[in-house]
Design a protein around this ligand. Structure first.
Ligand SMILES: CC(C)(COP(=O)(O)OP(=O)(O)OC[C@H]1O[C@@H](n2cnc3c(N)ncnc32)[C@H](O)[C@@H]1O)[C@@H](O)C(=O)NCCC(=O)NCCS
Ligand SMILES: Nc1ncnc2c1ncn2[C@@H]1O[C@H](COP(=O)(O)OP(=O)(O)OP(=O)(O)O)[C@@H](O)[C@H]1O
Length: 285
């Protein structure tokens, strides 16, 4: 039992880090850090993003370990929050104070906790639903600090990272995961399937990163043009979108986080079913 728990936690944490690295390596991404540029971010580099992702392995491993085989409860919520906040501190130490993965620690932290509750036996739908249950429990130790997300969620009446999780990740369940699977089913190459997944997230999500930098107009612009790029279906249209986002200081950081979370869920579920689509794609391309 002890070894199974330890092995699951280590493997799941590695999967989480791999998902974060896959997200940042995916190129070209509009407004985000990728292999060719740093998007609309002056203080971020791909190397910093990679280092940050690797620094989070212990955080994810600890969350999985304490959640293994348990059920959502207030005490577990508080324990996970404590580990998550330490993860944020470690991230800021690694990056010299730059926010690289705050939203991703939150989303993947909850999902890895839920996956561990099911000891690796839950479907992606069960994982999201369990993660929502955990996020709905109150955390009395949560500091009442003013964040960009809180400010714009109130101002524009939208769901931020917290609402998305508390509702059981509807944008992953109904938008991104179906797009990833549909793209693969059409025989679309893996990298393009991931780009489609990111574009559809940008087209649908009320991303508080975009709102706090550019307000409602920027969010509308991002949604409309991501949707058009998805319809156009060419790498050139994504490159043009990248230029347009950089000029307008638009960064879809929330969509990037949910893409990483989608890739994580896809892999965790793949392990469960024994059908590793990622490996299959690597063999065939
Ligand atoms: C909930 C969190 C993300 C704070 O959210 P808030 O909106 O107040 O903050 P902030 O603007 O600083 O960051 C939000 C980040 O979420 C991402 N995001 C933005 N919009 C969205 C959206 N609609 N959906 C999902 N993610 C989004 C972005 O990357 C953004 O940077 C989180 O940091 C937190 O409360 N952590 C406490 C520790 C904890 O409870 N951890 C438990 C699991 S590890
Ligand atoms: N490839 C990526 N490029 C840029 N941001 C990303 C990427 N992947 C994820 N993100 C997310 O974007 C967020 C960073 O966005 P941003 O810098 O706008 O946030 P901020 O620190 O709240 O505000 P700002 O820097 O605008 O004052 C991180 O929380 C991170 O989770």
């Amino acid at each position: 039992m002890y070894n199974t728990k330890l092995a699951f936690s280590g493997n799941a944490a590695e999967t989480a880090v791999r998902s974060l690295i896959e997200e940042v390596e995916l190129t070209p991404k509009p407004g985000l850090v990728d292999r060719t540029n740093h998007g609309a971010h002056q203080d971020l580099t791909i190397d910093l993003m990679r280092k940050s992702a690797i620094s989070l392995k212990e955080t994810f491993e600890e969350i999985a370990y304490i959640s293994y085989g348990s059920n959502p409860s207030i005490s577990l919520r508080e324990e996970i929050a404590e580990i998550g906040r330490h993860g944020e501190i470690r991230m800021f130490e690694t990056t010299g104070g730059v926010n690289t993965h705050k939203g991703a620690i939150w989303a993947i932290g909850l999902l890895i906790s839920a996956a561990a509750m099911g000891k690796g036996g839950y479907s992606s739908k069960e994982i999201m639903s369990r993660a929502g249950e955990i996020a709905r429990h109150p955390d009395q130790h949560c500091p009442d600090t003013d964040t960009n997300g809180k400010r714009v969620s109130t101002k524009y009446g939208v769901n931020g990272a917290k609402g998305e999780a508390q509702q059981g990740f509807p944008h992953i369940e109904h938008v991104s995961l179906p797009m990833l699977k549909r793209s693969r089913a059409f025989g679309i190459p893996e990298e393009t399937a991931k780009l489609n997944t990111l574009l559809t997230l940008i087209a649908h999500l009320d991303d508080t990163c975009i709102l706090h930098r550019g307000g409602f107009k920027a969010l509308e612009f991002a949604k409309k043009h991501a949707s058009a790029a998805l319809t156009a279906g060419s790498i050139d249209s994504i490159k043009r979108l990248d230029e347009a986002f950089i000029i307008r200081n638009i960064s879809p950081g929330g969509s990037a986080d949910l893409l990483a979370a989608t890739l994580f869920l896809d892999k965790i579920q793949a392990t469960v079913t024994g059908h590793d689509v990622q490996k299959e794609a690597e063999y065939t391309h």
